[in-house]
Ligand binder design. Structure first.
Ligand code: NAD
Length: 386
């Protein structure tokens, strides 16, 4: 059985869905692995390393996909007219496609996969259960994004994070405020603390308060009856009420003006990112302050974030609203992502048959499987009755 790994072609994507380490393990399952030439280049993996691990290097996407029964991707394959190659059109009927398929807001992709007979699994829909932790692409990538966000903030900030006592005088520590204390936010807190900053953070989920404090940061947040139930059974935050938003905004007005650096990581699954920082909040900040908005792919937590751009406001606040933060630390992100996909496939590998067996009754498969045998099987993406 052949597994294909393509070069990622969407703009700004430097990751790859396999590494030499995972190729060896995929081969040990009995798979033939074809890697498109140049697939690992932006993640510092030359073709020769994939070849040494036992992969066949295919000259282009068509050659890699010919006869493939499994396709590993980071992002959704390009459809017709989306780029120089119609990757989707080259995927053989019946193939299993695994990747972060970006289906929220692109629901048409799901019906395309069904129409082309591709069995698609969207790894961003993986349930947050203990058994799935080692396959959890959102966690592995968010963790690195949170780390990277702090390093880029530290670079853009013209002072320094730690308190420095020098013969020429003392530099005070930076005040860093983290919005959203999920996987990315907790890593951002830990990284900023390691750099010596004075860190505080906010979240709406009740469990987050203790997690923030356990990392040595100060919790700042609105606590109410609503926040007591702000977590869904899936572990995600709910969208908050207008009343909560007003109270949170008032708290931000007090908090934000005292900050040197703000790291924005707040998300609500499948929806636009909550807008927590208003233009007025940003206007109250000191010149030279930095906001890094890693929620930019979902629109951002700051009203002045321009997704994909660096902006400097009239009052001298730098806002980094770059997209795709995991790709900014691509070597590590690829390594972890590739392991996530390997673990997923291995968990559902039928050794006797020498092929995957995605049991429809399994909670993980129910979470990620979009299409099967030409039909949409995911309840959230099933066609609505007319
Ligand atoms: P996420 O990326 O969806 O959101 C990031 C954070 O933003 C969350 O902590 C969320 O509560 C917060 N947020 C949302 N709206 C907000 C608002 N208006 N104001 C302030 N903060 C807001 O979350 P995530 O990082 O994917 O993690 C979500 C949860 O899932 C966490 O509890 C995490 O520990 C848990 N988790 C569990 C597992 C597992 O058990 N397998 C794996 C990963 C994550």
């Amino acid at each position: 059985m052949r597994l294909a790994v393509l070069k990622e072609r969407r703009p700004g994507e430097a990751r790859v869905a396999a590494t030499p380490e995972t190729v060896k393990k995929l081969k040990a399952l009995g798979l033939d692995v074809a890697v498109e030439a140049g697939a690992g280049a932006a993640s510092a993996i030359p073709d020769a390393e994939f070849a040494a691990a036992g992969a066949q290097i295919a000259p282009d996407a068509a050659a890699a996909l010919a006869g493939a029964e499994i396709v590993f991707k980071v992002q959704a394959p390009l459809g017709p007219g989306e780029g120089e190659v119609d990757e989707l059109g080259l995927i053989p009927r019946g193939a299993l496609l695994v990747g972060i398929l970006g289906v929220w807001g692109n629901e048409g992709r799901v019906s395309d996969y069904a129409a082309r007979g591709i069995d698609a699994c969207a790894m961003e829909l993986l349930p947050r259960i203990t058994r799935a932790q080692s396959m959890d692409v959102l966690s592995s990538q968010a963790n690195l994004a949170g780390y990277r966000a702090v390093l880029e903030a530290a670079t853009a900030y013209g002072r320094g994070f730690p308190m420095m006592m020098t013969a020429a005088g003392t530099v005070p520590p930076a005040a860093v405020f983290v919005l959203g204390a999920g996987v990315a936010g907790l890593q951002a807190i830990a990284t900023a603390r390691r750099l010596g900053a004075k860190v505080s953070a906010t979240d709406v989920r009740p469990a987050a308060k203790e997690e923030i404090k356990s990392l040595g940061a100060t919790f700042i947040g609105v606590e109410s009856e609503e926040t007591a139930t702000a977590q869904t059974t899936g572990g995600y935050a709910k969208e908050m009420s207008e009343d909560f938003k007003r109270r949170q905004s008032e708290l931000m007005a007090e908090t934000v003006k005292k900050q040197d650096v703000i790291i924005c990581t707040a998300l609500t699954m499948g929806r636009a990112a909550p807008k927590i920082l208003s233009a007025e909040h940003v206007a109250s900040m000191k010149p030279g302050s930095v906001i890094v908005d890693i929620a930019a792919d979902a629109g951002g937590n700051c009203a002045l974030t321009v997704p994909g751009e660096k902006v400097v406001t009239d009052n001298g606040v730098t806002i980094l609203g770059y997209r795709n933060w995991p790709s900014r630390i691509a070597v590590a992100a690829s390594a972890l992502y590739a392991r996530n996909l390997l673990t997923f496939l291995t968990a559902f590998w039928d050794k006797t048959a020498g092929r995957p067996n995605l049991k429809p009754e399994d909670e993980i498969i129910q979470g990620v499987a979009l299409t099967r045998g030409g039909a949409v099987v995911h309840p959230q993406f099933a066609p609505k009755p007319a």
